[in-house]
Design a protein around this ligand. Structure first.
Ligand SMILES: Cc1ncc(COP(=O)(O)O)c(C=O)c1O
Length: 370
């Protein structure tokens, strides 16, 4: 019997999303309208952020947030070396120079001390990144930013629904961005929100994203802007997804616990450590293993799609010459030994047990390489 391929990620779309989309089409309102207003309100309740604007995706959300911050061109922004490329590319397109720092080997997030050590007279901003379903200590990083007079922009692309000591990720600094891409725990297909508590910054975001004007009906443009708007159809899907967040959280946590139980006792495997101050909604199931390539091959041969962890930013071909050379040994280890196992709604508990079985079999056999 042919085994069904288990994808690395898979959106969880069903009747609620289809009904929300149909209602949106029946209203005949396609651009940001009633569904966007409802999604904004629901996200405000979830995050506690008073000012929420949409962006077409997390990458452009970070870019929009940085444009609104209006930081000096050529100034430095401190970014962890272990993150998706968009954290750095948004900064570079906004005219900034990324300064890369290493991350904590257990939580994979950059620690506040690492941010503080990287500050120079040229620094204008810090960018904490919340990774793999838990929050970084952005509370402390925001305080460091305040102490040094620096902007703090949080890349909370992966952190919808995640709180650190009770406060939502992305709301500690001056501005934060959550992505709703199709691989995120909550999706609107493509899309993101930019959140801030600062009304002046919120106004700049809303002008820049709407061609530099307050209202779409006007042809008077107060400042130069662009079009960063989304559609009501995306927001309708986002709303239906958000209502299912408690279910998404509990399903993923159940699978997470199955993985932890099934993979415990294998000395060659390490798991991401959970920070007790942070909520946790599993985003992937990340493991570290010196025999990662063998594991990856065994899983792929059994139709389980895996992903390595991020290729470290200091090694990215496109960043050579744009960032200073640096040593980030933990980022290197995470890429060399890290593997992301699937944990999405589309897989069954049986699929999880199958993944566990393949890993246990592979690791309890001697390596054939010499
Ligand atoms: C940490 C991080 N930052 C930024 C992004 C960019 O978000 P988007 O894919 O919505 O552009 C992602 C998306 O995967 C991400 O994981």
């Amino acid at each position: 019997m042919q085994l069904q391929r288990v994808q690395q990620v898979q959106p969880w779309i069903g009747r609620p999303e289809a009904d929300a989309l149909a209602a949106c089409l029946e209203r005949n309102w396609l651009t940001e309208g009633p569904a966007a207003a409802a999604f904004r309100q629901n996200l405000g309740q979830l995050t506690g952020s008073p000012h929420i604007s949409f962006a077409p995706n997390g990458t452009l959300g970070l870019y929009l947030a940085l444009l609104a911050l209006d930081l000096p061109r050529g100034s430095e922004i401190v970014i962890p070396g272990f993150t998706f490329m968009a954290s750095a590319s948004a900064a570079i397109f906004a005219g900034l120079k990324p300064v890369l720092i290493d991350v904590d080997p257990h939580t994979f997030a950059a620690r506040p001390e690492a941010f503080e050590r990287a500050i120079t007279p040229r620094t204008s901003a810090l960018m904490p990144v919340h990774i793999y379903g838990q929050a970084a200590n952005a509370a402390e990083i925001a305080l460091i930013g305040k102490r040094h007079g620096l902007a703090v922009i949080e890349d909370a692309a992966q952190a919808c629904g995640i709180r650190y000591r009770g406060q939502h990720a992305g709301t500690f600094g001056d501005i934060g961005v959550i992505s709703f891409f199709a691989d995120k725990s909550v999706t609107m297909g493509e899309g993101a929100v930019v959140m801030t508590r600062d009304p002046a910054l919120a106004r700049r975001v809303s002008l820049i994203r709407n061609q530099g004007r307050e209202s779409s009906g006007s042809f008077v443009h107060e400042m130069l802007g662009m079009n960063f708007r989304v559609t009501d159809m995306q927001c309708a899907i986002g709303n239906a997804q958000l209502a299912r967040l408690p279910q998404i959280r509990s399903d993923r946590l159940r699978r997470y616990n199955l993985y932890v139980e099934g993979l415990s006792g294998l000395p060659q495997l390490r798991f991401m450590k959970l920070d007790p101050n942070s909520d946790f909604i599993p985003f992937r199931f990340p493991i570290l293993c010196p025999r990662m390539p063998e594991l990856r091959e065994a899983l792929e041969n059994a139709s389980i799609q895996t992903r390595t962890m991020f290729y470290p930013l200091h090694r990215q071909p496109c960043l050579q010459g744009l960032v200073d050379p640096c040593d980030l040994p933990i980022c290197d280890t995470l890429f060399g030994e890290g593997l992301c196992l699937p944990i999405h709604q589309g897989m069954s508990d049986e699929d999880v047990r199958r993944v566990i079985g393949i890993i246990r079999t592979t690791l309890t056999h001697e390596s054939v390489t010499c």
